[in-house]
Design a protein around this ligand. Structure first.
Ligand SMILES: [Zn+2]
Length: 415
């Protein structure tokens, strides 16, 4: 058996026990803190006492896809290439979804370990991430599986390395907009680990609950209580667990419950004339019901001789805009690929979101006051392990994409 494996420039120790990394989508640190304080996560309370209770910074833009890909590759978007759910293709000028593995610029550590002989299982809530997370995995029953809760009923041995997922998990197919979509991920992880040994497992949920319910509220606590039961079962099965989040989540509404939005495209058209600047919102995806495509990060492409500094200077004066960075500065600071970045990056304050034009956002589906993410104010996330970590970790700046590295290289086996 190999002792270690170098993936994307980092040397990972070979898993000594089933190593389960969990990405709890939108898990602002306060969710677990408050659920533990309320006594609804008894396993977690014990795990934090025995293991490691750390905090880390996620990737900015603090969106789902860039962060999930960073976690499974161990590197920032500058290396793996996935910098949003959506980006402007410079070649075609079209706005394209980044769900296609063709946009991925490096392999995942899941695929590398699988190729080296490890048994690897990946379960994601929404199917949009499946192709990216499973990229390079040679799907083989019992050796390499990757499926989503959303399309669990359609999983086949050929495409997913597994079939009859509903029967294995013992739960009905969940709705794509539900807490059950995430519960299914945990239940599947437990059932997979009960059925055989897996070296590496990656479980990735959806932030449906976090978009609607603040930390400490009854529905949020019920969600985390559900999670606690599955974590306890994974722990009993001998798993080394590292739990993190793809991003945090902040309230983005006024006292009356109306969303706080800066309609950037309208503002730019007004300031500089129509057609001279184009706003791209990388949060946009086919599942906009819970955030109306409103997040804390926008890219601006300038045309027609409009100068970066002129636009930046104007936008910095807009109330609710926290930062405006040019391409070079933004890519350096956040580790983003320059060829997929706008001329300008705009980041809103904690309580604000950025939109294009009012008429381009269907907010009729927002049934509760808006909570969202995308900027630097949602960058802090939990990084929790069920085993203690060695002393070299203390005081180090951590990223959520250190999760596998910490679990494999720094978690102490004798807890
Ligand atoms: Zn997310």
């Amino acid at each position: 058996m190999l002792k270690s494996l170098v993936v994307n420039g980092r040397e990972y120790r070979w898993p000594q026990s089933p190593t389960v990394v969990i990405c709890v989508d939108g898990s602002e640190p306060a969710y677990i803190e408050q659920a533990v304080a309320a006594g609804v996560m008894p396993f977690m309370a014990g795990m934090l006492a025995r293991g490691a209770d750390l905090r880390a910074d996620c990737v900015v833009p603090s969106f789902t896809n860039p962060n999930n890909l960073s976690i499974v590759t161990g590197v920032p978007p500058a290396v793996h290439g996935i910098c949003g759910n959506f980006f402007l293709d410079p070649d075609s000028g079209a706005e394209v979804m980044m769900n296609d593995p063709a946009f991925l610029r490096c392999g995942t550590l899941l695929a590398a370990f699988s190729e080296a002989g490890a048994r690897v299982a990946v379960v994601t809530a929404k199917d949009k991430l499946r192709a990216l997370l499973g990229h390079g995995l040679e799907m083989t029953p019992g050796d390499a599986v990757c499926f989503s809760s959303e399309k669990a009923d359609q999983a086949t041995c050929k495409t997913n390395g597994i079939d009859d997922v509903l029967e294995l998990v013992g739960l009905p197919l969940p709705s794509v907009y539900s807490a059950e979509l995430s519960e299914f991920v945990f239940a599947a992880g437990v059932k997979l680990l009960e059925s055989q040994h897996w070296d590496l497992m990656y479980l990735s949920t959806t932030d449906y609950i976090q978009h609607k319910h603040a930390p400490g509220t009854p529905v949020a606590n019920a969600f985390y209580a559900m999670m606690d039961g599955y974590l306890a079962r994974l722990d009993r099965l001998g798993a080394s667990i590292a739990l993190t989040a793809d991003h945090g989540m902040k309230p983005k509404h006024d006292a009356a419950g109306q969303p706080n939005v800066i309609y950037l495209q309208s503002q730019l058209d007004e300031l500089f004339g129509p057609g001279r600047a184009r706003v791209i919102l990388p949060i946009t995806d086919p599942y906009v019901v819970h955030h109306g495509a409103l997040g804390g990060f926008a890219r601006i492409y300038l045309h027609d001789g409009l100068e970066v500094d002129t636009v930046a200077e104007k936008l910095r004066k807009v109330d609710g805009i926290l930062e405006v960075l040019n391409r070079v500065d933004g890519c350096t600071r956040f580790g983003l690929p320059p060829d997929r970045e706008g001329d300008l990056i705009v980041i809103s304050t904690s309580e604000q979101t950025l939109g294009t034009r009012a008429e381009q956002h269907d907010l009729s589906q927002l049934k509760v006051p808006l909570r969202s993410h995308g900027g630097v104010t949602e960058q802090r996330v939990p990084l929790l392990l069920n085993r203690p970590v060695d002393s070299t970790v203390a005081g180090q700046p951590l990223r959520n994409f250190d999760a596998f590295y910490l679990a494999l290289n720094h978690a102490l086996t004798s807890a």
